[in-house]
Design a protein around this ligand. Structure first.
Ligand SMILES: Cc1cc2nc3c(=O)[nH]c(=O)nc-3n(C[C@H](O)[C@H](O)[C@H](O)COP(=O)(O)OP(=O)(O)OC[C@H]3O[C@@H](n4cnc5c(N)ncnc54)[C@H](O)[C@@H]3O)c2cc1C
Length: 401
């Protein structure tokens, strides 16, 4: 695992960075959020604006055209983007995670070829989940075959954010000779290769992020795009894919919760019942609900920054990021739950008007994705519960089936 990046970031001014992202969100991303959702439009222009400002390469070392920032900066960016548009933030999180997997586990040639184009707008994503193993996305039943030195990929992936839109996929499958469904390997798959067939994405929320099914049929990938070694999948999953994804995912839901609270607060301050000349904000029950959400949000903020800082420290020390897996999973669960509580409260305090098509019902629908996205909150709580009582997590097949 590469450890040479992001060691000089001790003096970053995070508040300035937050203001910088917020400006892009307010100018480009937030104004498009409604149409992105309503029409299921992939947020291409929003991503382009993030690429132009270098935020798409937030964690990429400067030598490969990135900004060489750290996990704190990334978490702040995901949160701010989440405030403006959940669909865009999820695409962004998958992209940064995919790119970081290459930074950590790619060879020099792969970094040259796949990281440099990010500055010009190239988008990556993860393609891991398969229907046969559902939310246990570290299990794959698909298997690549060999073609000389190269590989032929065949798989039906059940969900892949940015499917059909991404320039490259961090693709997980088994290779010939794999002994178990968790003996997986990773490939970087060029989105232009023949045989990639994205399906339709129609869902309750995050309708712009194209997280639909995708079929890989006889996709030929050159040996030079195998990421890491065969069978290194577990390490890549635990220390490459998951940590960045989880801090980004939790930060997105924190942003969604904040957006719901801020929009609801504005609404109740301005809506006046003329019969008694009372604003909605003048009712105690309304203020109580907002306060409850505010407290939950505040509980997430220091936790988010602390986890991101710990990720940076582990990386600088060259220690495996898997050490933080369970705390990151706990953060993901809580952030998704808080987003759901916040958007539910926002719908409640804004009454029938909140229920109509618009920001409140959109945020409510978007937040539901947080519960299901891997690891689903049910699965994630199982891990934490098992760890608490000293039971093995039983995530990996150690022997044959
Ligand atoms: C918006 C969105 C974006 C996504 N993006 C991507 C992506 O970019 N790349 C990718 O690879 N995947 C992606 N996924 C897939 C995601 O990570 C999960 O794999 C997927 O949501 C699992 O759905 P399923 O219906 O197969 O779940 P199932 O596993 O069938 O789950 C059904 C129910 O059973 C529960 N359950 C399942 N297993 C257990 C268990 N062991 N213990 C307790 N409860 C359990 C679940 O919590 C859920 O309530 C995305 C999903 C969504 C919704």
């Amino acid at each position: 695992m590469s450890t040479s990046i992001n060691q000089a970031n001790t003096q970053l001014n995070y508040e300035e960075l937050r203001i910088e992202v917020r400006e892009i969100v307010d100018r480009v991303i937030k104004p498009r959020a409604e149409a992105t959702d309503r029409e299921g439009i992939f947020p291409r222009e929003s991503l382009e604006s993030l690429a132009e400002s270098g935020w798409n390469g937030v964690l990429i070392p400067e030598q490969f055209g990135g900004r060489g920032l750290d996990h704190v900066a990334f978490a702040i960016a995901a949160e701010e983007i989440g405030k403006g548009c959940a669909s865009t933030s999820l695409v962004y999180v998958m992209h940064v995670g995919a790119v970081q997997t290459i930074t950590l586990y790619g060879n020099e040639d792969q970094k040259e070829r796949w990281l440099n184009p990010v500055r010009a707008g190239s988008i990556g994503t993860y393609s891991t989940s398969e229907r046969a193993s559902g939310g246990h996305w570290w299990f794959n039943f698909s298997e690549a075959s060999r073609d000389g030195e190269d590989y032929i990929l065949n798989a039906e992936k059940s969900f892949t954010t940015s499917s059909g839109q991404a320039d490259f996929y961090i693709f997980q499958t088994r290779t010939p000779g794999a002994q178990t469904p968790t003996d997986v390997s990773f490939f970087i798959v060029d989105g232009e290769l023949p045989g990639i067939k994205p399906g339709v994405w129609e869902a309750l929320g995050v309708r712009g992020n194209h997280s639909g099914p995708i079929v890989y049929e006889g996709v030929k990938v050159a040996a030079q795009d195998k990421l890491g070694t065969e069978g290194q999948g577990r390490e890549i999953l635990e220390s490459g894919v998951s940590p960045v994804y989880l801090i980004g995912l939790g930060s997105t839901w924190l942003g969604v919760a904040e957006a719901a609270l801020s929009a609801a607060t504005e609404y109740v301050k301005n809506m006046i019942h003329r019969d008694f000349n009372k604003r909605l904000a003048d009712y105690q029950i309304i203020r109580q609900q907002l306060a409850e959400v505010k407290v939950l949000i505040e509980s997430l903020k220091p936790w988010q920054i602390s986890l991101a800082k710990q990720l940076d420290e582990l990386q600088v020390q060259g220690r495996p990021l898997v050490e933080l897996l369970l705390p990151l999973v706990e953060f993901k669960i809580h952030a998704a739950e808080v987003a759901n509580k916040a958007t539910k409260a926002a719908l409640d305090v804004t009454g029938g008007y909140g229920y109509k098509k618009g920001v409140f019902e959109r945020l409510f629908r978007d937040a539901r994705a947080g519960i299901a996205m891997g690891p689903s909150n049910n699965i994630a709580r199982e891990w934490i519960g098992k760890a608490l009582v000293g039971l093995p997590l039983e995530l990996w097949h150690e022997g044959g089936d």
